[in-house]
Design a protein around this ligand. Structure first.
Ligand code: ZN
Length: 118
């Protein structure tokens, strides 16, 4: 990023480039559908692959980039669990899946489903 770059919203130079190599552990909840896998390319959070890449303004919170984004593909074919598209298999957690505990461990954990920060 350009050293002289400024926030497109508030013109602050306090821009943080955040790059997280999350492999296939990217979880997204959007519009009632859930996704877990490699970061999708159509959410403005990176170019795909392992990387979640966000440039965040530490002054106003604006995520840099081009917005609004086109509507992402949240179909089953794109790897999403979309109850709106298919009614079955909605509650896989009920089988005592221990993997859910992993989300609670880290301080900078992902928000739980339905608890994304504003
Ligand atoms: Zn800003």
């Amino acid at each position: 990023m350009d050293k002289d770059a400024k926030c497109k919203k508030c013109q602050s130079p306090r821009l943080a480039e955040i790059l997280a190599k999350c492999s296939d552990c990217c979880q997204i909840v959007y519009n009632g559908a859930t996704y877990e896998g490699y970061p999708p390319e159509d959410f403005g959070i990176g170019e795909g692959g392992d990387d979640v890449a966000i440039t965040l303004c530490l002054n106003c919170g604006q995520v840099q980039g081009k917005w609004p984004r086109p509507e992402p593909d949240i179909s089953e074919e794109a790897g999403w669990d979309n109850p709106a598209e298919e009614e079955e298999d909605e509650d896989e957690d009920e089988d005592g899946d221990e993997d859910d505990g992993d989300e609670e461990e880290e301080e900078k954990k992902m928000p739980k489903k339905g608890e994304w920060p504003e």
